[in-house]
Write a protein that binds this ligand. Structure first.
Ligand SMILES: [Zn+2]
Ligand SMILES: [Zn+2]
Length: 264
């Protein structure tokens, strides 16, 4: 049985109760971590998991709110005899290596060994033995990759956009993802007020439209900006103007069982 857990659901500036966005997939015993801001080690423990069970880490891109916790995580695991696979674009993997080197966290004294796995766009890989993955180009930054996952046991597909503007090719791939976790940084009125946001992020009205058109069965918006004044009700109302299938507005440290009942 797999679980999807949220270490954070906020945007680049955290809000009270919403830390920077990152996810953990609990694959039974082993964990797959997606992005690594802040105190990932402490938050994984608060979820009731053992950080020594992290099997792999996928870093979507190298903006600070997605990667600044990496040295702290490896430092906390430095005495553990374990290895950890680190995936990302070539640019991301290079950056992570440099960041860890800066803190002398790749030396022989560090028992937790990082195996760096740079990815091309549209590359298939096994992020965990029960989880097939492929990377997707995302036009948010030159380092950005999204993640398309297939849970073997549950026979379910899940796509995580990472930070992204509205990007049609995300939905013109081989098949529509059943579960979509997507950038939903703010309601549309803020994108009218600050038009440059549209180049980097997605608003809730556009996300609802895209989710409707693509036939997604379960939508999980994430990366809510903490510095703007709006409510989650406003986000929900905008999404619901178009999208009628299952909608989950996640909370920090929330857990969702991965099962086909999410599609009902
Ligand atoms: Zn971000
Ligand atoms: Zn970003």
């Amino acid at each position: 049985m797999s679980e999807l857990c949220f270490l954070g659901t906020g945007g680049s500036i955290p809000a009270e109760g919403r830390n920077n966005a990152s996810l953990v997939l609990n694959m039974g015993r082993e964990l797959v971590l997606i992005d690594c801001p802040g105190d990932a080690y402490g938050k994984i423990k608060r979820l009731g998991f053992d950080p020594r069970n992290i099997y792999s880490l996928f870093v979507t891109h190298i903006h600070p709110d997605h990667v600044y916790g990496l040295p702290a995580l490896v430092h906390s695991l430095m005495l553990e005899d374990m290895s950890l696979l680190l995936y990302g674009s070539h640019e991301t993997v290079r950056f992570c290596k440099d960041l860890l080197n800066l803190f002398c966290l790749l030396g022989e004294k560090i028992k937790c060994r990082i195996r760096f796995k740079p990815l091309e766009e549209d590359q298939y890989f096994q992020i965990h033995p029960s989880l097939r993955a492929s990377s997707i180009r995302i036009p948010h930054s030159s380092s950005s990759l999204g993640l398309d996952l297939h849970f073997k046991e549950e026979d379910l597909s899940l796509l995580y956009s990472g930070d992204t503007p509205v990007y049609e090719p995300l939905f013109k791939r081989n098949s529509t993802p059943e579960i979509l976790i997507h950038d939903c940084s703010a309601p549309s009125r803020f994108f009218k007020q600050f038009p440059s946001l549209s180049k980097m992020h997605t608003h809730s009205l556009a996300l609802g439209k895209m989710a409707l058109e693509s036939g997604v069965r379960c939508l999980i918006p994430i990366h809510f900006f903490g510095e703007l004044d709006y409510s989650m009700e406003e986000i929900e109302i905008e999404i619901r103007k178009n999208y009628k299938n299952r909608l989950i507005l996640p909370e920090d440290l929330g857990k969702i069982q991965i099962s086909r009942s999410l599609l009902e």
